[in-house]
Write a new protein. Structure first.
Length: 281
């Protein structure tokens, strides 16, 4: 099998942190990473090797992969977890923020994958797990760029799965629904610079309120814990034939089933019952 070393991005909190702890407890050689190593120092005492890794910085990614290759021979498992949600009406989000969303959620994921694949091919074994979202298969108003980035992750992963199979590399997608983390707070926080006046102002305010309620209100009962996602990731890397997709949490199963059953126009009607429509008046 060769190296089983696991490189995980975004371990300072939430899913990444839970995954690093679970895999380390089960004997996997875990390299937990974050932009600031100080934010994950405690993971070292729990069996992880900690490294600095910024998915927006090519040199940082190369350095982290280089450390694992030097010590282990190859990165055996890559868990692309780092990501966030840029919320706001599509017209109002600046191109700077749009580019930042894709740099983190898509381009960094792609570059890390490209960096670890040669070692996986050489040893004839590897696992790549891309943490997407139920938002990679459906879309909610106010989340155009987050959804677009996760749709891109889904498409990239599907192609990767085909292209790497003969090398002994398996690629799987994790599709969490609502997860009880600080993700919702970050999504609302990403809208802080949105205009307070104009045709989208009340819409953006309502999107922020609905997002907060999804994580703090009654809908939160359908939310899963980060540890539940970590279990799915462990199954994906441990299985000889991992599933192509792992839907995690009741909200993901319910919403993805609903989206599959409803034609586009019926889905739009459903969304209109949940979200206000922007207007000039």
């Amino acid at each position: 099998m060769g190296s089983r070393a696991v490189l995980i991005t975004g371990c300072s909190s939430g899913i990444g942190r839970a995954t690093a702890l679970r895999l380390a407890e089960r004997g996997w050689p875990v390299y937990a990473t974050a932009r600031k190593v100080s934010s994950i120092e405690d993971l070292a005492a729990r069996g992880c090797t900690t490294l600095a890794l910024d998915v927006n910085d090519d040199a940082s990614m190369r350095a982290a992969v280089g450390v694992v290759v030097e010590r282990e021979g190859a990165v055996g498992v890559l868990v692309n977890n780092a990501g966030y949600s840029q919320s706001g009406a599509a017209e109002t989000v600046s191109m700077e923020l749009v580019r930042r969303q894709f740099e983190t959620n898509v381009f960094g994921l792609i570059q890390l994958t490209k960096l670890v694949l040669p070692g996986m091919r050489d040893q004839g074994w590897g696992r790549i797990v891309n943490v997407s979202s139920m938002g990679g298969k459906l879309s909610f108003p106010g989340g155009a760029y987050y959804h677009a980035s996760k749709h891109a992750v889904e498409a990239f992963s599907d192609v990767l799965r085909f292209e790497t199979k003969n090398f002994g590399v398996r690629a799987a997608i994790i599709e969490p629904g609502l997860i009880r983390t600080a993700f919702g707070e970050a999504a609302v926080g990403s809208m802080e610079d949105e205009p307070e006046q104009g045709p989208y102002a009340s819409f953006n305010n309502e999107v922020a309120r609905l997002t907060k309620n999804a994580y703090d209100g009654p809908m939160a009962k359908l939310g899963a814990r980060p540890e539940t996602v970590a279990k799915a990731i462990e199954r994906a890397i441990s299985s000889r034939r991992p599933k192509t997709r792992y839907r995690v949490g009741a909200s993901a199963r319910v919403m993805l089933l609903l989206r599959a059953l409803l034609p586009d126009r019926a889905w739009d009607v459903f969304l209109r019952s949940q979200y206000p429509r922007p207007s000039n008046g």
